[in-house]
Design a binder for this molecule. Structure first.
Ligand code: PMV
Length: 378
């Protein structure tokens, strides 16, 4: 499976593949074909938690796009009678998954106005993940961004339009957001901001923008070692979590804190301040889980192993002064974020002290990545 590890910002695309499609000579005419994208997950540094109608975030968020935790999605299409377009089949990891195909079907319904050609095609989708789904690693981010990129490629093939990368990725991010807010950020490499932010003219609540040019080079080779404390499905989904923010009495304070934290993280990333980075990233992680705890019908996604790892990370930092930060998604697994400058010592620490808290000693050795890769269908 392709992986992208090169320098930040240089998008890799693979060469022509056996079943790539030719651009139709007659735009508008119906063709069968297939497109395939590999899209990575991302880990938020400042978290998106709480949304309005139409997946508009209550606050801006910023993330690092990963490299090895990804979804590979193949979309095949064939002409259907007008108005008879539908999802004709969906396989996840080679198997039918009615729960997922229901979600994809409603997603395709939601984006039909963005992609009107869907009315005239039967769609078959096959997806595989390189990591466990529903376990607090953002599988919806990688899967929804891979799918939206496939739809964009299909649109480009059918319309015969010439490539315009900026508009292509902006629409992909917009469409990915409709499926899962955090997916809007996975469309781009490196550091990505989603949500209107004062001082960043290109920022928007509707799509994400890459901000790599504002980031100091000390942050250019970050690792994300994901410690799998529990790989089972989450007890409470992210959509339920977002909806519980509506009547959480702490929401207004959270949304203004998040806006301040976005301003701070942009300053920290720009200055290359690793120590301040650690403080802010951990504050965000604990705030996210405190919001779950203190919402009405509060709930806990942290496991004993999560807390034990957090304690050990803080102790390790006190003893070594190595700026390694923990962060959490909406789940019990711990992400350790650190620069490759400290790789050797942190890896030793993980192996000797932390894997004992992981399910079957499992961890994903991930790192900052270059964003999605198109496999076929150019
Ligand atoms: O994109 P969603 O709806 O799965 O929400 C993701 C929320 C967090 O992962 C917890 C935070 C974030 O910004 O990615």
């Amino acid at each position: 499976m392709a992986e992208s590890n090169g320098p930040m910002g240089n998008r890799q695309e693979t060469g022509p593949a056996e079943n790539s499609e030719r651009i139709p000579e007659e735009p508008g005419k119906q063709y069968s074909g297939s497109v395939q994208w590999l899209s990575p997950s991302n880990i938020a540094l400042v978290k998106y938690w709480g949304k309005r109608e139409n997946q508009i975030p209550e606050n801006p968020s910023i993330s690092i796009t990963l490299s090895r935790s990804h979804t590979l999605t193949l979309l095949r299409y064939s002409p259907a009678r007008k108005g008879r377009g539908r999802l004709a089949g969906f396989l996840f990891n080679g198997q039918e998954q009615p729960a997922f195909s229901g979600r994809i079907e409603s997603y395709l319904g939601l984006v039909r106005t963005l992609f009107p050609f869907l009315d005239e095609y039967e769609i078959f989708i096959e997806s595989t993940n390189s990591f466990p789904h529903s376990s607090g690693i953002a599988s919806s981010a990688s899967s929804m961004s891979a799918l939206s990129l496939c739809l964009l490629s299909m649109e480009r093939i059918l319309s015969g339009a010439s490539p315009d990368d900026e508009a292509f990725y902006r629409k992909a991010s917009y469409a990915a957001r409709i499926g899962s807010g955090s997916a809007s950020r996975s469309v781009y490499p490196g550091y990505v901001l989603w949500g209107s932010t004062p001082g960043i003219a290109s920022s928007s609540d509707e799509f994400a923008v890459p901000v790599n040019e504002m980031v100091h080079e000390v942050f250019s080779s970050m690792h994300d070692s994901i410690l799998i404390v529990d790989e089972g499905p989450k007890a409470v989904s992210s959509s339920t979590g977002h909806s519980m923010m509506t009547d959480n009495p702490w929401s207004p304070a959270r949304y203004s804190q998040a806006c301040e934290n976005i301003e701070s993280i942009l300053r920290i990333l720009n200055a290359g301040d690793l120590d301040e980075f650690v403080k802010l990233v951990e504050w965000e992680a604990l705030t996210l889980h405190s919001l779950m705890l203190n919402s009405r019908n509060g709930y806990i996604l942290l496991k004993p192993g999560t807390i034990q790892i957090i304690d050990k990370v803080r102790l390790f930092r006190r003893e070594t002064s190595i700026p390694v930060a923990f962060t959490l998604d909406a789940g019990p697994n711990v992400h350790l974020i650190y620069s490759s400058l400290f790789r050797e010592k942190v890896e030793k620490f993980i192996r000797e002290e932390l894997l004992v808290h992981c399910t079957r000693g499992k961890w994903i050795d991930d790192l900052i990545g270059e964003g999605p890769v198109q496999i076929t269908g150019k």
